[in-house]
Design a binder for this molecule. Structure first.
Ligand SMILES: CCOC(C)=O
Length: 391
């Protein structure tokens, strides 16, 4: 097996094949000879590919100025579409993605002829959020903005980028529905507040419009779990495997907060095929996050912490939520420990034309992954009702 190259060495060679510790082949971009600079090259991580997450198409929306002052010179969004846009372009549904997720899990769990999100009726556009590894992200941008130098991206930046994509690339000016889970819910709220005339219906699942201090702290501990690993090396690690300890701690914290105490008391992990909590952590939670790029996760975590629609209204949450013209079903998951129903209800009462539709499940926040078929059936029932409401 070839000695795995480190990224720093790539600048000295035009193009190399490296073999990751996991045995996957990593193909790196051309180094352009020995530039002598310490720029990071884009690294093709085998996890963030069509083979794992396809089909999707990478569409450039050009230069994206960011709310925090940075810029993405050429922002590319990875997009998966299902169904056909009708003649008057009135049947478009947008689905943004959540932390660590891609368009693939949204397709697998929420889209299909047996779901409310039925491609035979709607043109469904799933847009991968910036930083998630398929769209422009720390691990794939390369150059001076690569890795730890990736600029700070906010929820509003994703939503403006998605708006440019839909209006300029697809010619879509009306959305029958925007629906997303967790960080996808944060983007859903941002869409409904920022573009009230475009969004006809909105369904935030297991997420809030304004992140809470508790959730900010939870996400800070996730970030610390990654960055405190010496292998992280201030974000200049070579491969995710170099940060395996941090990714493992991050996975264990997700195990604690992402499910629920009921989930374990009722042995739901056994129902999922794991005969112990330890086996569930070692066999599912750690392997799920292990191939992911830590700088990508940190970029999304920074964004997640600062989800706040009131930035548009000088900090006035009621004014922001009052801007919404869409019909809204607020759909928390009943045992969610970081976007609890109580936090979601406190926002829903501020939204005109809205209803509070909690989803009953013992699987907590990560019930979003589709582990509880009944929870997804409840989501479908509510989405069918919402889609049947007149715009
Ligand atoms: C699992 C998805 O979680 C978030 C915060 O997006």
């Amino acid at each position: 097996m070839a000695t795995p190259y480190t990224r720093r060495n790539f600048l000295k060679t035009s193009s190399v094949m490296a073999v990751s510790a996991a045995g996957g082949l990593l193909t790196v971009g051309c180094g352009g000879g020995d530039s002598g600079s310490d720029e990071l090259l884009p690294l093709v991580n085998p996890y963030y590919t069509q083979a794992v997450h396809g089909p999707y198409e990478r569409i450039s929306i050009g230069r994206l100025e960011l709310a925090e002052g940075g810029v993405l010179p050429n922002c590319e969004l990875a997009v998966a579409t299902f169904g056909t846009l009708n003649a008057d372009k009135s049947n478009a549904i947008l689905i943004p993605t959540w932390y660590s997720g891609t368009s693939k899990i949204m397709e697998q769990v929420y889209v299909g002829p047996d779901h409310a999100l039925d491609p035979s009726k709607y043109f469904i556009v799933i847009v991968n959020q910036i930083g998630n590894g398929l769209s422009t992200s720390p691990h794939n941008i390369g150059g001076a903005l690569g890795g730890p130098n990736f600029p700070k991206v906010r929820i509003s930046d994703d939503v403006r980028a998605q708006h440019r994509l839909l209006t300029e690339h697809f010619g879509i000016r009306s959305l029958a529905l925007v629906v997303g889970g967790s960080m996808g819910a944060q983007q859903t709220y941002e869409w409904a507040v920022r573009y009230p005339d475009m969004v006809k219906r909105a369904a935030p699942l297991a997420g809030t419009a304004c992140n809470t201090e508790h959730d900010f702290l939870f996400t800070k501990t996730l970030k610390d779990a990654l960055s405190s690993d010496p292998g992280f090396d201030a974000g200049r690690y070579d491969l995710p495997e170099d940060v395996a300890a941090g990714l493992g701690r991050h996975a264990k914290m997700w195990t604690v907060m992402g499910w629920s105490t009921e989930f374990f008391r009722l042995n739901r992990h056994r129902a999922l095929g794991f005969d112990s909590l330890r086996a569930f952590v070692d066999g599912f939670m750690i392997p799920y996050f292990a191939p992911m790029d830590p700088n990508n996760l940190l970029a999304m975590a920074w964004k997640w912490q600062r989800g706040d629609v009131s930035l548009l209204t000088g900090g006035d949450k009621a004014a922001a939520l009052g801007r919404i013209k869409a019909k809204v079903f607020v759909m928390p998951f009943s045992t969610d420990m970081f976007f609890p129903p109580s936090d979601c209800l406190a926002e829903q009462v501020l939204i005109p034309n809205s209803a509070f539709r909690p989803i009953t499940t013992v699987d907590g926040h990560l019930g979003l992954f589709g582990t509880d078929a009944d929870a997804i059936a409840q989501v479908d029932l509510n989405l069918r009702e919402l889609l049947a409401l007149p715009a």
